[in-house]
Ligand binder design. Sequence first.
Ligand SMILES: *Cc1c(COP(=O)(O)O)cnc(C)c1O
Length: 400
Amino acid sequence: MHGYTHLFIPGPTNIPEPVRQAMNIPMEDMRAPDFGGFVTQLLEDLKPVFRTRSGRVFVFPSSGTGMWESALSNTLSPGDRVLMSRFGQFSHLWVDMAERLGLEVDLCEVEWGKGVPVEEYAARLKADTEHRIKAVCVTHNETATGVTSDVRAVRAALDAAGHPALLFVDGVSSIASIEFEMEDWGVDCAVSGSQKGLMLPAGLGVLGVSQKALEASRTAKLPRCFFSFDDMIKLNDTGYFPYTPATQLLRGLRVSVDMLLAEGMENVWARHRRLAEGVRAAVAAWDGCELVSRGPEWRSDTVSAIYAPDGVDAAAVIRTAYEKYQTSLGTGLAQLAGRAFRIGHLGSLNPVMLCAAVSAAEMALLDNGARIAPGSGVAAAIEHFRATAPAEVLPFRKSA
Ligand SMILES: *Cc1c(COP(=O)(O)O)cnc(C)c1O
């Protein structure tokens, strides 16, 4: 097989070459005298990626799922009430975890294709005059459906109700890709992982934690061990870890953080918006295809979940794209299996790469009986990208 195999799933995402090269190094001493300084600076530089000033960022050997557990188990006690909503596979799994950890979930069920029901949250918070709700959870970007929720509005609802609950956000497929403001939105735990916006292999859980969450961890009673804030803080404060860190991944993270900060977070967000709009233009041009998200206010700039036309098996489209065109598209998860496919447009991508994704999807759709005009999606995408091209795109250069 010649050329590249193309990866357009919403995580793991494509790894930039400088990041991959930074990880290709001999094993190093994780207790070396100069390793501590490297770690201290890396943790410090993650703060502007999460947009926190007063909080801190932990890096665990884990995937994103572990950070859900770290957030819940460090800050809450058995039987505590948490306000959650379910509208896709990832928000579902977080609810499931909260229940299994022994929390009482106050659940809002939402139609898949929409996101966090802010008005419902506001009403429940207002009604909770005894402040029995201890945490409010928001899946910022539901990767299964391509739906982004309004975290800022949830913060406003908490403030309007004068409610002291903690605010937890699953930002696994939003942080380092679309607008995320941990400090300004008053987010207490911001959950992420290495293999999406951070453009690394899976293997690191990355968790932003506010001072309020750290305070809560001192009295919370759920058991925690591997994911303990306390153990991490004690060693992180000296630049080291309570157990063996994934040193190569940390070296890669150093470069991905450098790349993000060199580009500027606002520019990273704008790039994702532009890529997403190109894909959405293609979807709009494909007869019979439709976004799973139920309106412009929900549209995700990191992943599009797309209903295949009636009578077209979305699972077959994904298989054809892979087997015939060397291209991975995202599958339809749970109730979307066979009905929808996804195009991940987050991480290290540019318009020409997205045109490849659109053309592979288009060929696979045609091969599976979709009555779309050949080239229609690609034409819409290229016109969008031509019309929105920045004056120049500079290559990334390592500073040192
Ligand atoms: C990928 C993802 C997760 C799960 O992260 P893992 O790293 O696979 O554990 C959780 N939430 C969202 C929104 C995701 O996209």
